[in-house]
Design a protein around this ligand. Sequence first.
Ligand SMILES: *Cc1c(COP(=O)(O)O)cnc(C)c1O
Length: 421
Amino acid sequence: MPFTFSADPTFAIQEDAADKIASFKSKFYFPKHEERDAIYFCGNSLGLQPKTVDAAIQIELASWREIAIGGYFGGKNPWLYYHELISSSLSKLVGAGTHEITVTNTLTVNLHLMLLSFYKPNKTRYKIVMEAGAFPSDQYAVETLVKHFGLDPADAIIEIAATAGEKLLQTQQITDIIELHGSSIAMVLMGGMNYYTGQFFELEKITKATHQIGAICGFDLAHVVGNIPLELHQWDIDFAVWCSYKYLNSGPGAVGGIYIHEKWASNADTPRLGGWWGNDEKTRFKMEKGFHAKPNASGWNISTTPVFNMIGLKASLEIFDQAGIAAIRNKSVRLTAYLEFLLQQLPQLSFEIITPSSIEERGAQLSLYFKENGKAIHAKMIENGIIVDYREPGVIRVAPAPLYCSFEDVYQFYCILKEHF
Ligand SMILES: *Cc1c(COP(=O)(O)O)cnc(C)c1O
């Protein structure tokens, strides 16, 4: 481990005092446990509510109330351009140009839209490579997609599983399979981070291997955006999708994000399912025949901007802008390593940390695998005011999101485990 930690209580206090983004914790609401703020380690499932969201919603309610249809062009944040208020902050988080980013719909819907744009199976090239144990919604999306094209999922989907006895995938294993199936592969589609193990994959290497065999490479970044800084454009990734309610703290069912590399996004002929919000603004309201896609990622928008579903994202991204993703990641690396260190001091609690120990291969989450009683232990943690989640089989996921979790929170967590388990 590259850090020197201590299990002494004063250590956590010192760490918080030295934390440059410690003050951001006060920008969020916490659920209560026995009248105190709960220890919230579930930001990988649903991020906390920024205190600024309420006022931001009031602004749009006022526009709607006072100027109604005029809100599209007037008011504080003209709704017609609302998504543009978001793309600049978001592009910094994912390392892409604003023209390569759009926000619309929700994650699995966006995944389907990307699949329909980029998956073009023919007789010889039709296979999709994904990780075994991908998030179920992604599995369902790919399964139904290949069936939609009249293909058999058992033949068309190649799942890469960890070798026997292992929980994690090796990059070499992934690139070997890509090489092996070569020209039969149409697309590689992986979660950027596996939701269960917390393993962050080597996106650039996977993309390179995919392009070498002439296929398209896309990622589901639900667990990555707002967690780990990205360079999607530089890594030459073809497309990516993510949701905004996990590390991005934008509220349940908030609008999802799409990245499309400019080589595809700027080409109005890149196939897609169209709607009037993706049409060139100059002709959108002429109501004429013939779809003219905007020459950027928002050319994939279909419907009227879901403004009320975007307010939380806009408010939350202002916080990310203030803190900066580099500082957030810096703290996160240290905070998660501290959590790992403290967990290692608990030999009486029998679990295995299945998340990679290497910092480059993980974000703010550690997955604890319990061979036995995982569910009961999880219930007991909740009873004691620790909000973490449980995923079958046997895993408790612990995610100290750096914007609102402190070193003292992690220490408290450790004390409760030490005392009760
Ligand atoms: C959270 C998550 C989803 C959820 O998709 P929705 O369409 O927003 O419900 C899908 N895929 C992955 C990898 C996730 O982590």
